[in-house]
Design a protein around this ligand. Structure first.
Ligand SMILES: Nc1nc2c(ncn2[C@@H]2O[C@H](COP(=O)(O)OP(=O)(O)O)[C@@H](O)[C@H]2O)c(=O)[nH]1
Ligand SMILES: [Mg+2]
Ligand SMILES: [Zn+2]
Length: 330
C-alpha cells in the first residue's frame, strides 16, 4: 500500500493512503534510508510504502463479546525517492540533519517589515537555502496594516529588490485576509510555509483554511526552545469545490519550531551560487575561485559600490561566508 505522509510527530506518522484512508504508521528502529544521515528517516511530503501486521489482542473486558481479536499495526517499510527536500541541522552542534519536508513545489517565507522586524539576512539565508535545494521560493510580507509611511516605503523597496532577482512576492494582512488573495499562488502546489515566530503563520493558515487549524500568538518558552524533537510538521490540503480533499488543488505544510535555515551542507565556494545576482556578476571576476571579499579583479565588489548589487544582499552573503569559516575551525 502506498500513501503520503501528512503529519509527523517523531514517534508516529499520519499517512494518507492512495485510497483515501488515514493510517497511523510507525517505523522500526533499524529503519534507514540510504545516503542521508538524518534524525528522521521519514518526513511530511514523503510517499511511503506501508505494510500492515496483525497482532493478537486479548480482551479482558467481560462486556466485550470477542474474547480475543486482532489489531493492525502499520509499518512504513520504504520511502519513494524524493524529488527534493529541505533539511536543517537537528541541533546547532550536531552533524546530523533533520528533514523538514520532502517533495515540495515551493517554499514560502512569511516576513514582516515591523512587529517584529524580519532581517534581510534572515530572508537571504532562506532564499539561499531554497536555491541550494532547488526549490522555488516565494516571499509573503505580512502585517501591512501596521506599517507607517516609512515602513510602507521599505516594503516597496524590498519587494522591488526581490522581484528584480526573480522571486515572487506578495503583501497582505493575515488578520483580514481573504483566501482569494493568496490561493492563486498556492493552487496545485505543495508549499512549505516558514517564517520567524510571531510573523503570523498561524493567523495566515487559519484565514486561508477558514477554520482554527493552528493556535495563534503562541509564546515560545525557554522550555521548548531548541527542543526540535517535540515539534512536528503537518500538511493541510486546499479544499476542492466539491468538498473533497485533494493533493491536486495544492497543500500547505506548516512547520512549527523552525527558527530559520542555516548554511548546512554549503561549501564556501558554493555560497555565491545561491545569490543569483552575485553568481551572475561573479562570472566576470578574474579568479574563478574569487570569494568577492578582497581579490584583485573582482567584479562583485565594484557592482556593490555602484549599487547594482544591493548592499543588504552582499552583507547576507558575507554572513553565510563567515558561518562557513567558523564551521571549519569548530
Ligand atoms: N495587526 C496584525 N496582526 C497580525 C497579523 N497577522 C498576525 N498578527 C498577530 O501577530 C501575532 C502573532 O501571530 P501568529 O499567527 O501567532 O504568528 P506565528 O508565530 O508566525 O504563528 C498574533 O497576535 C496575531 O494576531 C496582521 O496581518 N496584522
Ligand atoms: Mg504559530
Ligand atoms: Zn569576485
Amino acid at each position: 500500500m502506498r500513501g503520503l505522509v501528512i503529519k509527523s510527530t517523531g514517534s508516529s506518522y499520519l499517512v494518507r493512503m492512495d485510497d483515501g484512508q488515514l493510517l497511523e504508521c510507525h517505523i522500526k528502529g533499524n529503519f534507514r534510508i540510504r545516503g542521508i544521515r538524518s534524525t528522521n528517516p521519514v518526513a511530511v511530503g514523503d510517499y511511503v510504502i506501508v505494510e500492515s501486521q496483525k497482532s493478537k489482542v486479548e480482551r479482558s473486558s467481560r462486556l466485550d463479546t470477542r474474547i480475543s481479536g486482532e489489531n493492525n499495526t502499520y509499518w512504513i517499510t520504504d520511502v519513494e525517492p524524493r524529488r527534493n527536500y529541505i533539511i536543517r541541522r537537528s541541533t546547532n552542534l550536531s552533524k546530523e540533519s533533520h528533514i523538514i519536508a520532502a517533495n515540495l513545489d515551493q517554499v514560502a517565507l512569511l516576513v514582516t517589515i515591523n512587529h517584529p522586524q524580519t532581517s534581510t539576512v534572515f530572508i537571504d539565508r532562506f532564499l539561499a537555502t531554497a536555491e541550494a535545494y532547488r526549490v522555488p521560493a516565494l516571499l509573503i510580507f505580512n502585517k501591512t496594516d501596521l506599517l507607517n509611511d516609512d515602513e510602507l516605503l521599505r516594503l516597496q523597496e524590498l519587494r522591488e529588490l526581490y522581484e528584480s532577482l526573480g522571486y515572487q512576492t506578495l503583501a497582505l494582512s493575515a488578520i483580514s485576509l481573504h483566501p482569494s488573495e493568496i490561493i492563486p499562488l498556492l493552487r496545485g502546489k505543495t508549499t512549505l510555509l516558514s517564517g520567524n515566530s510571531g510573523v503570523g503563520k498561524s493567523t495566515l493558515l487559519n484565514a486561508l483554511f477558514g477554520r482554527e487549524i493552528a493556535r495563534t500568538g503562541e509564546i515560545s518558552t525557554a522550555h521548548n526552545k531548541g527542543m526540535h524533537t517535540t515539534t512536528f510538521s503537518e500538511m493541510y490540503f486546499l479544499e476542492m469545490d466539491n468538498g473533497q480533499w485533494t493533493m491536486d488543488n495544492g497543500a500547505v505544510i506548516d512547520t512549527p519550531g523552525i527558527k530559520g535555515f542555516g548554511s548546512i551542507d554549503m561549501q564556501r565556494e558554493e555560497i555565491s551560487h545561491y545569490f543569483r545576482e552575485i553568481f551572475r556578476v561573479g562570472a566576470g571576476c578574474r579568479f574563478g575561485n574569487c570569494s568577492h571579499t578582497n581579490e584583485p579583479g573582482c567584479a562583485v565588489l565594484p557592482a556593490v559600490e555602484r549599487d547594482e548589487i544591493a548592499l543588504s544582499r552582499y552583507e547576507s552573503y558575507l554572513s553565510l561566508l563567515s558561518d562557513c569559516e567558523e564551521e571549519k575551525y569548530r
